[in-house]
Design a protein around this ligand. Sequence first.
Ligand code: HEM
Length: 408
Amino acid sequence: MAHFEKANSINEWLDQRIGIETLKKVMQTEYWIPKNINFLWAMGMVLAATFGILLISGIFLLMYYNPSVDLAFDSVNYTIMTEVGYGWLWRHVHGVGASLVFLIIYIHMFTGIYYGSYKRGRELIWLSGMLLFVLFSAEAFSGYMLPWGQMSYWAGMVITNLFSGGSLEAYGLVEWIRGDYVPGQAFLTRFFMLHVLLMPLVIIGAIVFHFGTLRLPHVNNQDGEDVDFEESARLWKEGTVESRRESQVIPFSPVFLSKDVFVMGVYFVLFFFLVFYKFEFAMDPVNFDPANGLSTPAHIYPEWYFLWSYEILRPFSKDIGLIAFAIAQVIFMMLPFLDRSPNVAPASRRGLFNIWFWLMLLDVLVLTFMGKLPPTDATFATIGAFSAYLFFALWIMLPIITKFEKKL
Ligand code: HEM
């Protein structure tokens, strides 16, 4: 065993044992961030902070939540909301956080798409990010089951029903997933386990992996500039005013982190404004009725962040719909491989790709709005179906338009 000198501080003691100084160097002071990035690059830290808040508020809710089909609804709507001191606050924080985390994920994703941050060298950042998207979707869906209201029950019924199409029916897949013929106690218990244990554990692992994938390729920048990190880091460390001005980078901590903290400050003002004054947007009124397997709500729809993919499934028959829905969930993963252009640059400088980007964003927004409307209106159903076809057409066109993109 190596000889350990007597340590003079806790830092030194930890450094001897787990190399804390090396870790700080790798993750903070010698982790270089390009200078030319805007506030959109703070969204990653905003996401990490929101996830932290979801974990803490979730732990407080868990102290009083009761995962039984007879008691779950009351434990949320009566015990937590009215009896437990500040229980309403934790619930609002958790609900608003769950909704905002998706808004920020979408902003973070589309920032990456706009600036080409998924290209050669950064594929794993993108793939681990998409994995996080899928995991957060599963986390949100399983959490939505827990209050055991009408929308929990019927959304659970509709989504698990997707697995009863075609030959899947013969395998009894839907019953296997539900643990019963209809959502019941076994269903609630397993979604409870997924929501409070399995998913959070996997998400934490995936976040650590996502951070790890950023370390070597470094984050991109808003001009797609090929930064010389070594030379720039040397110039920064030289420490003169001129050399630091010339350097293209700043250290993550404390210089860049202070910018992140500023953006987080602004974000949390909005966050708590919503928590205190506008929390209803994150709560569906239909879910304030207890689950009832004998009374189907007139219109069943998911939370806003799933509406675009829900709308993609609607125009198709059940089997094709399931395939379309599954493709929509993962197609964004394929982006680094479907974009054939080597250009790492903002979309505004990439010709046809710029049109592709804005059409895709608009299409996802239109799908989201159409997904909320009842399928009975023929005009809206047609617009929804057209947007679903456009979504797939855009993905088919992507390799073609990027293949012929001019090299910048
Ligand atoms: C809770 C989930 C997530 C957390 C905590 C997270 C965190 C971060 C952080 C801290 C960064 C570096 C700073 C920044 O660019 O903002 C980053 C970068 C990145 N993330 Fe995420 N992220 C998450 C989800 C996602 C998702 C869903 C995607 C989309 C597929 C994604 C794709 C990327 C990409 C491409 C970058 C590199 C940006 C660049 O190089 O400019 N992330 N993420």
